[in-house]
Design a binder for this molecule. Structure first.
Ligand code: CA
Length: 243
C-alpha cells in the first residue's frame, strides 16, 4: 500500500517516503522511529542484519538507516549484498569514530554516515539533503558523453574510465570524484568544494576523506601510466591538469 501526503496549498500529492532502520539497539531504533514518524516518514524496523537484508531485498524503501554492529550479519556485509542489486540510499551508523569504517562504508556505496552518539537534528538534516539530491538527479540529461584530460577519458553515462584505451577500474565514489575533477579541469578545487560536490554536503571535521580518495585515484590513474594529472595545490586542495 502506498501512502500519500496531501499538500493542500499546492494541490500536490507527495508520496510518503518509506525508511527502513536496521539497528539492534531497541531503544535507539524506537527513538529513531518516533522521530522519523514525527517528520512524516513511514518507518519500518529490523533488529537483525540478516532479517533486515531480506526486508530490503523484498520491499521498496526510499532510504535505509543501517547500523554497522549488528547480530547475524554486520552492517558492512548487509550493505555489500544490497549493492549487488540495489541503489537504495544508505546512511550508516558507526559506533566508533573509526576512519576505516567510514571509508569502507562509503567505498561499499553508502551515501552517508553518522558517528554515534549523534544529534537527531543532524540525521534529519542529512535525510532531507539525500531526498533533495535524489529529486534533482535527472537533470544530468545535458551531461557530455565524454570528459577528457590528456590521455584520460571518462564516460559519465557508461561509468567507464580509460587511459589511452586501457580501462581503469574505479569504485563508485572514486568515479564520482574523478568526474568532478574532470568537469573542473585546470581549476584548483578546495577540499570543501570537493566534499560538497562529491559527497553532497560538508563532513564536519573530516576533510581527510578527500585526501584518502585522492590517494586511491592517484594509485589507479597517475601511478600506472607515469603521468601526473592530479596535482596538489598547496594551501588550497587539488587540481586536475595536463602537463
Ligand atoms: Ca549495534
Amino acid at each position: 500500500m502506498i501512502h500519500y501526503n496531501q499538500n493542500i496549498q499546492n494541490k500536490e500529492v507527495v508520496p510518503i517516503k518509506h525508511i527502513l532502520i536496521i539497528e539492534d539497539e531497541v531503544k535507539i531504533a524506537r527513538f529513531l522511529e518516533l522521530e522519523l514518524q514525527h517528520e512524516g516518514y513511514q518507518v519500518s524496523i529490523s533488529h537483525d542484519g540478516r532479517e533486515g537484508l531480506n526486508l530490503v531485498l523484498t520491499n521498496e524503501y526510499d532510504l535505509l538507516i543501517l547500523d554497522v554492529m549488528l547480530p547475524s550479519l554486520n552492517g558492512m556485509e548487509v550493505l555489500r549484498r544490497i549493492r549487488q542489486t540495489s541503489e537504495l540510499p544508505v546512511i550508516m551508523l558507526t559506533a566508533k569514530d573509526d576512519v576505516m569504517d567510514k571509508v569502507m562504508g562509503l567505498d561499499l556505496g553508502a551515501q552517508d554516515y553518522l558517528t554515534k552518539p549523534f544529534a537527531i537534528e543532524e540525521l534529519l538534516a542529512r535525510i532531507r539533503v539525500l531526498f533533495k539530491l535524489k529529486t534533482l538527479a535527472p537533470s544530468n540529461i545535458t551531461a557530455p558523453l565524454t570528459l577528457t584530460c590528456g590521455n584520460l577519458t571518462l564516460y559519465p553515462d557508461k561509468f567507464e574510465v580509460s587511459y589511452n584505451q586501457t580501462p581503469i577500474i574505479l569504485t563508485k565514489k572514486e568515479f564520482e570524484l574523478l568526474e568532478y575533477l574532470m568537469k573542473n579541469k585546470d581549476i584548483a578545487l578546495t577540499r570543501d568544494q570537493i566534499l560538497e560536490n562529491v559527497w553532497g554536503y560538508n563532513y564536519i571535521g573530516d576533510t581527510n576523506i578527500v585526501d584518502v580518495y585522492i590517494r586511491y585515484l592517484r594509485n589507479k590513474i597517475d601511478q600506472p601510466f607515469q603521468e601526473k594529472l592530479i596535482h596538489t595545490i598547496r594551501g588550497i586542495g587539488y587540481q586536475l591538469k595536463e602537463n
